[in-house]
Every structure is written in structure tokens, then in C-alpha cells.
Write a protein that binds this ligand. Structure first.
Ligand code: FPP
Length: 253
């Protein structure tokens, strides 16, 4: 069966009333994908960046409202300098080359993460994209770059302390309102490619009740059919949010 036929078959099984609102993706395995083909790690990242377009376009087409992509973590600065440089360059190219197409598809764009140590040209290009797409109503692409879940919470706490709020007034909502982009909802489905089974400091606050999905497929090979497999697995789970199955049953009736 071709990938296209498989995609059609999987798509027919989707329950449109149980779609995840927000999918987070840890795009892992670029390096191993490249190594297996005798290519450099950078080729792996390039192929990984190329694959983003099809996934975003398809997620938008099937009605997913938010996709967060983990493209560079605060810990990734410790990688070899040439790789860090290549990832920065790749992001800049991606922002410039994909901007109009994403806009035409109705996508809303955000760069999510710490900004203070990112190159100014990246901030500038990201802001151009965000502004261009700000009135769109399609999928929200949250590109997490120089992102760390703990760093995000630390930065939120700093803002809260600076606001002078009294400690007894602080609630979970106060924290949520001070995350990088408060309008990004909790993650419903968290996908990690390449067989690793960790969440690696991604979206810590918003992942409290995420369903986790791990696939051995390397990110450059992750296509629409793989995304559908993940969504179908999600639809087969019972999300209880701390309640019992019986309680959920009585809520539904
Ligand atoms: C993990 O694979 C991947 C990353 C650290 C970077 C993810 C980046 C991309 C998909 C491309 C960049 C996209 C943009 C838009 C900038 P790894 O290198 O850790 O793979 P490995 O575990 O097999 O070595």
C-alpha cells in the first residue's frame, strides 16, 4: 500500500469530534537519520526543516488548532558551535522562505522561548512573520526555539514577583497568564519521534495532562500517515484528568 493510500485509510478512521486542540512535537532523530544514510548531521536538520511544511499544512487541513514544534532547546547551546550556527541559519531561512506560504494557508505564527540571547536578525524575522499572520484564523504554529520548560516557568515567576502581587493571590492561573504566550492552550497530545521516551523539558506547564505518544520513526521520515497514527492513538485513550472512569461516564450521560 502506498503512503498516500495508507493516509486515506487512516484519515477515514479519524473521529472529528475528538481531535486534539494542541499537538506538541519533539522533532528528534535528525542526526541518526543522516548517519544511517552516510550524510552529515546538518543534512539531517535540513531534511527535518523541509518536512515541517507538509505536517503543518496537513494538520491545518484536518482542523488542528495548535502545533508546537521543539526546534531548539535552551540546552542545545551546548552542541558543537557549527551545529548551533547551522540551526540558527536554518531558522532564519525557514522564517523568510516559508512566510508567505504559511500566511496563504491562514497560519498564525509565534516564536516561543527566551529572546535575550537570540541573534537580533532572528527576532526581527520572527516578528515580521508574527505580524503578517496575526489576523489569520487557521492553525497556530508555535515554533519553540531557545525554549526550555523550566526557563519558561522561571521567567514567569520573575514577571509575577516584579508585578508586586501578594503571594496569597497567586494561583495556577497567575502562572499560566505569565507564560511566554498565555494564549497557547495546554498540550493534548505530545509526540516524540526517534524512539526516545522523554519529554526533555518541553512545555512543562502545559503538559500536565498531555497524552504521550512515542514513535521509533526519525523526524525526517515523519509524514502525514505518522501524524494520523499518533492522533488515532490519542483518540483511543481515556483522558481522566484525575477523575475515575465511572465519574467520566456519569458526566457524559
Ligand atoms: C533533534 O535531533 C533535533 C533538534 C535538536 C533540532 C530540531 C530541528 C529541526 C527539525 C530543524 C530545524 C528547523 C527549524 C525550523 C529551525 P538530533 O539532532 O538530536 O538527532 P539525534 O538524536 O539523532 O542526534
Amino acid at each position: 500500500m502506498s503512503r498516500e493510500q495508507l493516509k486515506k485509510e487512516l484519515e477515514a478512521r479519524l473521529d472529528r469530534s475528538k481531535m486534539p486542540t494542541h499537538i506538541g512535537i519533539i522533532m528528534d532523530g535528525n542526526g541518526r537519520w543522516a548517519k544511517n544514510l552516510g550524510k552529515s548531521r546538518l543534512k539531517g536538520h535540513q531534511q527535518g526543516a523541509r518536512g515541517i511544511k507538509a505536517i503543518i499544512r496537513y494538520a491545518n487541513a484536518i482542523g488542528i488548532k495548535h502545533v508546537s514544534l521543539y526546534a531548539f532547546s535552551v540546552e542545545n547551546w551546548s552542541r558543537p558551535a557549527f551545529e548551533v550556527y547551522a540551526l540558527m541559519k536554518l531558522l532564519k531561512t525557514y522564517l523568510i522562505q516559508q512566510r508567505n506560504e504559511l500566511h496563504e494557508e491562514g497560519v498564525v505564527f509565534r516564536l516561543v522561548g527566551r529572546r535575550d540571547n537570540l541573534p537580533a536578525e532572528i527576532i526581527k524575522e520572527a516578528e515580521i512573520s508574527t505580524k503578517l499572520m496575526q489576523n489569520n484564523t487557521g492553525l497556530n504554529l508555535n515554533l519553540c526555539f531557545n525554549y526550555g520548560g523550566r526557563a519558561e516557568i522561571v521567567d514567569a515567576v520573575k514577571k509575577i514577583v516584579q508585578s508586586g502581587i501578594s503571594p496569597d493571590k497567586i494561583t495556577e492561573e497567575t502562572i499560566r497568564q505569565n507564560l511566554y504566550w498565555p494564549e497557547i492552550p495546554d498540550v493534548d497530545l505530545m509526540i516524540r519521534t526517534s524512539g526516545e521516551m522523554r519529554t526533555s523539558n518541553f512545555h512543562l506547564w502545559r503538559c500536565a495532562y498531555s497524552e504521550l505518544y512515542f514513535t521509533p520513526v526519525f523526524w525526517p521520515d515523519f509524514d502525514e500517515a505518522e501524524l494520523l497514527n499518533a492522533i488515532l492513538a490519542f483518540q483511543g485513550r481515556e483522558r481522566r484528568f484525575g477523575l475515575t472512569s465511572a465519574q467520566l461516564g456519569s458526566q457524559e450521560s
